[in-house]
Design a protein. Structure first.
Length: 155
């Protein structure tokens, strides 16, 4: 009985000891560390995307926006990107996915100076929008995003 109680306490403790990254990934986010600064990370992502024919629609510098109102924010940028060839069929299945398209990648420097990127897991978007007839497209997006972000973050 004591052993069972110890196991239960350890299991409960492990639930509370899960890192914020692990918790957040359960919410459909993919996180990766970058060995570069925020600007260079985004420059590299933008370059890789453009080389592969992915349209970069916009780049938002949140820290610059904060500065305009006299506030401080650690380096933080969002890259908005996509391709109508993939996005249009998804929107034909459910136009609500347009709230999540085009895709976005956020890069930021955390309080310890580590640069991170995050983006929505395409498989999560399929679930969120109840799109069941485009599994191949979502899987392809997931694989492509992993490969492209890994290439951009490579040292």
């Amino acid at each position: 009985m004591r052993k069972l109680l110890k196991v239960a306490v350890l299991a409960l403790f492990s639930l509370f000891a899960i890192s914020p990254l692990a918790q957040a990934s359960d919410q459909g986010m993919i996180y990766k560390k970058s060995p570069y600064g925020v600007k260079e990370t985004m420059d590299r992502l933008e370059k890789v995307f453009k080389e592969k024919g992915v349209t970069v629609f916009a780049r938002v510098n949140h820290a610059a926006g904060a500065k305009k109102i006299g506030a401080e924010l650690r380096p933080t940028e969002t890259l908005i990107f996509g391709t109508p060839k993939i996005g249009t069929p998804l929107m034909q299945s459910d136009q609500h996915i347009g709230i999540d398209l085009p895709l976005k990648i956020l890069a930021w420097m955390d309080e310890k100076g580590q640069v991170m990127i995050a983006y929505n897991d395409p498989k999560f978007l399929a679930e969120r929008h109840h799109i069941k007839n485009r599994d191949t497209a979502f899987e392809g997006m997931a694989v492509a995003l992993d490969k492209l972000t890994t290439a951009a973050l490579k040292k």
